[in-house]
Design a protein around this ligand. Sequence first.
Ligand code: MSP
Length: 644
Amino acid sequence: MNKERFYLTTPIYYPSDHLHIGHAYTTTVADSLARWHRFAGREVYFVTGSDEHGQKIQRAAEEKGIAPQQYVDEIVASFKELWENLNIEYDDFVRTTEPRHHKAVQTVFRKIYDKGDIYKSTYKGWYCTPCETFWVENRLVDGNCPDCGRPVEMVEEESYFFKLSKYADRLLDHIEKHPEFIQPEARRNEMVSFIKSGLEDLCVSRTTFDWGIPVPIDENHVIYVWFDALTNYLTAVGYPDDDDKKAKWWPADVHLVGKEIMRFHTIIWPIILMALEEPLPKTVFGHGWLLFDSDKMSKSKGNVVDPNVLIDEFGVDAIRYFLMREISFGQDGNFSRRALIERTNADLANDLGNLLNRTLSMLNRYFDGVVPEPQESTELDREFATFAGETGTAVDELIKGLKLNEALIRIWQLVGKANKYVDQRAPWNLVKEEASQGELCTVMYNLVECLRIVALVVKPFLPDTGEKIWIQLGITDALDKQTLEDTVWGGLKAGTRTKKGDPIFPRIEVKEDEKEDKVKEKQKKKQKKTDDKPENGLISIDDFMKCELVVAVVLKAERVKGADRLLKLQVDLGDEERQIVAGIAKHYEPTELVGKRIIVVKNLKPAILRGERSEGMLLAASTPDGKLELVSVSSAMPAGSRVK
Ligand code: MSP
């Protein structure tokens, strides 16, 4: 019987700079998904790569005074090194400077041109080089790129255009018929309204620089870098030469990308495929951003985190676990060193590490380290065994539904239950009575068997940890040969001789100087509070003017899943749109807020509430007995008007 297949991709990253923890996030998630599907018996093809052409790279190389090829070669080598350090097991790595990719891109361009969907004209408009994106004037925000906020450049040149607009209706129809195509749902809604607001034909060639793949019918042009990059997903399956490979793997099951490049993957890419008459990928999943102190990481802000440094300090699995567990998959999440240490200590050192440690210590003490034959069992033993035995299939369902952090939560529920089981069954008491020796055998067998299952289900996410547990359990069957089917209860053989070793996750002690820094930080804050204290409770006009209050129009309002107090609002501030999360769900229905003109504190530091970014705060009057009313103005006041 043919194995089920799974083709999964990450974005191909720009080697304009070294990768940071945000890039590591996407690739770690993808690697864990790939490893899980392999473990579940599916045939997996997992592809990543590098997006090496375009103006941005050419400029970066020029700044260094070296040839673009030499420049990208060096950085791509560092990508591969990072993936090795992170234990990423990809099946193919596509570099867009490879001949196989040139051929694929030129073939795609020529086919679409021959079909009449690419035509020559002149482009005059705005271009954001860091994002390699064309923008029409009315999408700019304050004259800057709406995606990254950086300045755009005016470009005017002869170009080839791709008739995106021709396919808009077909694409909308596809999205409607295949709700799984764009995930999560919020991104689908964004994309649908983007398409409905009208698609412009896309400029797909440039003439003002030459670091790119030449247009096959016109050597003066190079192909637009996104047209080039997206095609990598076909290059990886042997397009255009290897029909068998393509038939085997195309269409992709999941393109995993960050939310900022959803437009390219769910509008441009499917339309290229429609023009080629190729099937569309089954799912494009746009995950959220990893933020640093609630702000996007970027080199220019100086807040990028180098994953190699973290791996050296904390070990690869602590990083992998933190990324996948801490961030609700699909939403933005915060990176901080402190959160990383707390997660590692709580979940890995305490919950998992101690479970292994205490189980094997007791086994050494009571049975000389050898797993006993289970005997009679109680209701509690049976319940525990059932929950443990269902873990593999439960995680499989969650992973198939791309519910990544829920899968980890399910595994740690088992770890939590096992620790509780130790306390409930108290083997240290059972050992004392002759009559409870049978029960002791059952309890100790159950604990080691549970750890066997944990090792198996943890390994796709934390490969080194799975292996370390396996070694300490002393099971001689090769771990690599184990599959999802082996996670059913009862696979452990009585008589197995365990080999207790060092703790798999030693607790991370907060360093003295870090402690000191924290103390200093606290002191500073305290001092600042005293300094800021108003005289006789009064503030100056300057103090008040620090607070930027403006009129905002509510564009959209919805409840925040899992938080019955919170509403998530999209508001228009006149010069920009923002998201604000507010604790008003008990007082207002989302529908009654749309169109309302409220007052918002515009210059408040962004915060993450229940995984949602909140960029501002709204004003409301409230009474001690819980009445609440939003402060609002009439429709005569335009959005953005200053309140003072
Ligand atoms: N080269 C394009 C992608 C072409 S795919 C056909 C590109 N490259 S990139 O180097 O800018 O990488 C962007 C991707 O890196 C994001 O979509 C996301 O997968 C990942 N991330 C970069 N920064 C990130 C965070 N701060 N948080 C989460 N993911 C991040 O765009």
